[in-house]
Design a protein around this ligand. Structure first.
Ligand code: UT7
Length: 346
């Protein structure tokens, strides 16, 4: 019987292995801002914000405290490594999902890779807006499954409130958002049953102007809408995004379950992008899910863009609700327009 050797006709096949989520961590701004605080700087009410969005408070960065996107990403990375019992030296690749890098270059992942002391591990930023973390989770899984990487540190980090205006003029968007980061250590495991059961990544640039950040006058689809104060500020057609989100969430859940051959009740946790409590409630009702299966934390974080999913996952993990053997579906939609899912066997 052939033993297989270099240059011989039989080659050793790579062992079958799976992918697992090994540790989580978060980092949020030091400053909590309640709806009552917002009432002091703009014409709004706690009642309006609570009824329309479910948000009661959020955490907002302060420049003078050094709270950059990289600062949050590094904090979350360190917490996730500690939770996984690992150090930066164990990491092969750092991936940061963000749409708010502190500068066009270097990427946030390069800064994180250095700060946590990897041995020159690669760094990759992925911009999928609010879908960025789910997109990245799918990419990272397949990079490990492909055999080239064993330990990837994945972070969702955004400091979106630099792009909103805390005044009556900006109240349509500023009350929605918060800042922060969450991280997950994703590792190869000898157990081939663990990893992705189904995934989806979609975008429709035809809806780009429903939710975007204009950089110049020419970015405005209707020239009459242009005002200098709108530059570099989130521009959102709230009604159109709301409609898109409610429809997308249901379709995405249905299609992902179908790909995996599962029913809604087979999934233990739906970890969703937190953009509006009403959008989450609509999805929960549509599939008859109990409240404990679809975690809502928008009340205390607001919409934190790419950070919202790892912040939510860390919360349910640290509450002792996530167990090996469970199935978890991560779901998001956002600017682009983008949407995606990632269904895991833990
Ligand atoms: O991850 C990003 C994805 N984004 C989303 O998922 C957002 C989806 N959209 C939404 O969640 C909702 O569209 C919003 C919560 C943003 C807005 O709710 P809405 O029910 O669509 O309100 P609206 O924009 O139609 O505004 C209704 C009224 C307007 O006043 P008039 O014209 O009826 O007199 C607004 O000027 O509410 C006013 N308004 C506010 N009032 C008090 C807008 N913002 C505020 C505010 N406080 N903060």
């Amino acid at each position: 019987m052939s033993q297989g050797h270099a240059g011989g006709s039989s080659s050793a096949r790579p062992p079958r292995f799976g992918v697992r989520l090994a540790g989580t961590g978060t980092c949020i701004p030091r400053t909590k801002v309640t709806n009552a605080d917002l009432e002091k700087v703009m014409e709004t009410t706690d009642e309006w914000i609570t009824q329309r969005t479910g948000i009661k408070s959020r955490y907002i960065y302060k420049k003078e405290l050094g709270e950059t996107t990289a600062h949050f990403a590094i904090g979350a990375a360190r917490a996730a490594l500690a939770d996984a019992g690992m150090t930066g030296a164990d990491i092969d690749l750092v991936v940061v999902a963000t749409m708010t890098t502190d500068a066009p270059t270097p990427s946030t992942s390069c800064i994180v890779s250095h700060a946590i002391g990897t041995h020159a591990a690669g760094g990759l930023d992925i911009n999928g807006a609010c879908s960025g973390f789910v997109y990245s989770l799918n990419v990272v899984h397949d990079m490990i499954k492909g055999g080239a990487y064993r330990n990837i540190l994945l972070i969702g980090a955004d400091r979106i409130t630099q792009h909103v205006e805390f005044s009556t003029w900006g109240r349509g968007t500023s009350v929605l958002f918060g800042d922060g980061a969450g991280a997950i250590v994703v590792r190869a495991t000898d157990d081939p049953s663990k990893g992705l059961l189904a995934q989806a990544m979609h975008c429709d640039g035809g809806g780009a102007k429903h939710l975007f950040i204009p950089a110049s006058k020419e970015d405005f689809p209707n020239p009459a809408d242009y005002e200098e104060r709108k530059l570099n500020r989130v521009y959102m057609n709230g009604g159109a995004v709301f409609k898109f989100a409610v429809g997308t969430f249901s379709t995405l859940i249905e299609q992902t379950l179908e790909k995996a051959g599962l029913k809604a009740e087979d999934v233990d946790h739906y970890v969703c992008h937190q953009s509006n409590a009403r959008i989450l409630a609509a999805a929960r009702e549509r599939f008859g899910l109990p409240a404990e299966k679809l975690h809502v934390n928008i009340d205390h974080f607001g919409n934190t863009v790419a950070a919202s999913i790892p912040l939510a996952f860390d919360e349910i993990r640290k509450a002792g609700r996530v167990h090996e053997g469970q199935k978890v579906m991560f779901l998001a939609f956002g600017a682009g327009l983008t949407w995606g899912s990632s269904l895991w066997q833990l």
